[in-house]
Design a protein around this ligand. Structure first.
Ligand code: SAH
Length: 213
């Protein structure tokens, strides 16, 4: 697969749209301007790669809408020194954006078919997360905890305690909470068992899978 002038042009337009929609983090905009989203799309949908929409990927999941990826990335306030855990690798697009900011990216996926597909793509693209794991994100990743940042890219009915526990003091968790639709939430750990909670805009995500075999 190739990144052509056509795609670069469409990507520029998408970045302008993200700015119009209120994204201001220059690093996030720069990285999203450089990562070819069409590499992460289902082959039949490549022409839509630079539309600001979510699209189906394997296993009934979706590649997040670019605005949502930008929004979550901005709320993370990620620096190049941060260790970040992503729950819900999916297509790997959000992972690639995180890798454009820090090299310390851990990412977990629950659907094996997606895990395998995205693992191949990462290899092809030379993307190297510290760990790309097949498993249940509800458990976080204890081995590499605590994290500076955690981002959940699927909806949970309430905040998983385990993920809060795996944050450093000063660390932040971004997670969409709710059933049918969700509010984007940011939890900042201010003490061993103390959190600041902020509520942001409304979104719609696929559910975080629980008790899946
Ligand atoms: N960031 C991804 C979003 C994919 S949608 C992208 O833009 O492509 C959410 C993903 O979370 C799906 O791939 C889904 O399989 C995964 N997921 C759902 N429940 C999970 C769980 N408990 N642990 C890890 N991943 C999970």
């Amino acid at each position: 697969m190739q990144d052509t002038i056509k795609y670069q042009g469409l990507r520029k337009q998408l970045i302008e749209l993200l700015k119009d929609k209120g994204i201001i983090d220059t690093k996030v905009l720069e990285v999203m301007g450089s990562v070819p989203r069409h590499f992460f799309m289902d082959p039949g949908l490549i022409n839509f790669a630079y539309e600001d929409n979510a699209y189906p990927i394997a296993a009934d999941q979706t590649i997040s809408q670019p605005y949502t990826v930008a929004y979550q990335s901005e709320l993370l306030q990620l620096s190049k020194f941060d260790k970040v855990l992503e729950i819900g690798t999916g297509s790997g697009y959000q992972t690639a954006i995180l890798l454009g900011i820090t090299s310390q990216v851990y990412t977990v996926e629950r659907q094996q078919i997606l895990f395998k597909k995205t693992q191949l793509l990462f290899q092809k693209m030379g993307l190297r997360p510290k760990k790309h794991l097949f498993g249940d994100g509800y458990l976080g990743y204890e081995k590499a905890a605590p994290f500076d940042r955690i981002v959940v890219t699927a909806a949970a009915p309430e905040v998983p305690r385990v993920l809060l526990n795996q944050l450093k003091i000063g660390g932040k968790l971004i997670i969409p909470l709710g059933e049918k639709d969700q509010f984007m939430m940011r939890f900042t750990k201010t003490g061993p068992n103390l959190f600041d909670k902020e509520k942001f805009g409304r979104f719609r995500f696929v559910p975080l899978l629980e008790n899946k075999n």
